[in-house]
Design a protein around this ligand. Structure first.
Ligand code: GAF
Length: 385
């Protein structure tokens, strides 16, 4: 297939009969560790994928936005009235309109624009295609309009587009990854302060590879279940008298659990509190260059998502078990859950064998054949030449 930036440029040229003023790319992500911790003010450690969404764009007069997407083949147009309040633009266009709405709502003079969008980030695989789209459009509009919005403040705005315009109650991890990640590094993000540290993550030097397996599991009730987990965490924080579950340390976990009266809530809290600690422990190992030693933390994170947070599905658990049985150093589901992808940390020369073992385990259980790829940490959103 042609390069994604070329496809966006060609789409722009065809739709609008001119060359774009520029092209802006933003990546999908995987999360190395720290799941469902972001909306609990906790810690996450995602890295950007070499799969990107590209917006080719230029300004147009007036408060009008015209957007072509290669995925649907449609061109949509909306104006200032449509972005006066959330809800008027729906479907994929809502992610674009949401960004325009959030920028205007924050007081920015958003330029009218024509955009053409192409993407290599698969939809529905839990690799944050929506944040990649938001980030590509946001960086394009910020540059085209010369808006005063530094990169560190952009994720909150893109998250607002998703929460308030699209209506998905996500945390800030995916937008932060799409915008702030660096090549060769994982992004250690404190979701309360939004402070980041770029942690070197050199798989190659360690003789390792990161295998990403798309479970191909249909997202079952993902939206409702995500919202339910978030609610239950917020209710627990309330009952414990803390701002967010981030404020409960692992050393306080037992006493916190003793103050909660139902087992399900106790398990949800245990996941979040121990997961925050696993992120911190992973960062300590990576800072010391001990990449190969993070495997057990990844696997423990998976067990916690499976048993305590209850967000895995049989395809996902099968992929993790098969990868570990075939020699992976660690494996876990990545992303919001109920489908999506599994990460397996493997010796570089074992990647194929581990992938084959997962495929064989799938065949045995009659699941749809999974897709797989090995990835290295890539850069966040950027303007292309
Ligand atoms: C989804 C959400 F969008 C993120 O904010 C995060 O909560 C993640 O699920 C789970 O860690 O990707």
């Amino acid at each position: 297939m042609t390069d994604v930036a070329d496809r966006a440029t060609a789409g722009f040229q065809r739709e609008y009969g001119a060359a774009p003023a520029g092209r802006w790319a933003a990546p999908g992500r995987v999360n190395l560790i720290g799941e469902h911790t972001d909306y609990n003010d906790g810690f996450v450690l995602p890295f950007a994928l070499p799969l990107r969404t590209v917006a080719a764009a230029d300004r147009q007069d007036g408060q009008r936005w015209t957007v072509w997407s290669e995925l649907s083949g449609e061109t949509i147009t909306f104006d200032a009235d449509d972005v006066a309040e959330p809800g008027r633009v729906t479907g994929w266009g809502a992610y674009v309109a949401g960004v325009v709405w959030a920028l205007r709502d924050a007081g920015h003079a958003v330029p009218g624009a024509r955009l053409a969008i192409a993407s290599d980030v698969p939809l529905g695989a839990g690799l944050s295609s929506s944040a990649a789209l938001e980030a590509a459009v946001l960086t394009a509009l910020v540059d085209l309009g010369g808006l005063d919005l530094p990169a560190a403040r952009q994720p909150r705005l893109a998250q607002r587009a998703e929460n308030a315009y699209v209506g998905a109650p996500t945390g800030i991890m995916d937008q932060s990854a799409a915008i702030r990640c660096r090549d060769g590094h994982a992004l250690f993000l404190d979701c309360r302060t939004e402070e980041v540290e770029h942690i070197p993550f050199d798989l190659h030097a360690a003789g390792l590879a990161m295998l990403v397996v798309d479970s191909r599991a249909p997202h079952r009730h993902a939206d409702g279940e995500y919202a339910a987990r978030r609610k239950s965490c917020e209710a627990a924080a309330d009952r414990l008298g803390v701002t967010a579950l981030r404020d409960v340390g692992v050393d306080q976990l037992d006493s916190a659990l003793a103050r909660l009266d139902d087992d399900e809530t106790r398990r949800r809290v245990r996941h979040v509190v121990t997961e925050d600690q696993r992120v911190l422990d992973t960062v300590v190992l990576l800072r010391a260059g001990r990449v190969g030693e993070i495997g057990p933390l990844l696997t423990a994170s998976h067990a916690s998502m499976r048993d305590d947070f209850e967000i895995t599905v049989p395809e996902i658990d099968t992929a993790v078990e098969a990868a570990l049985a075939a020699g992976a150093l660690g494996a876990r589901m990545t992303g919001g859950g109920f489908g999506g992808c599994v990460l397996a940390l493997v010796e570089a020369d074992a990647a194929d064998a581990v992938a084959e073992a997962v495929t064989a385990a799938y065949a045995e259980r009659g699941f749809q054949t999974p897709a797989h790829v090995t990835v290295l940490p890539a850069p966040g959103a950027t303007r292309l030449n």
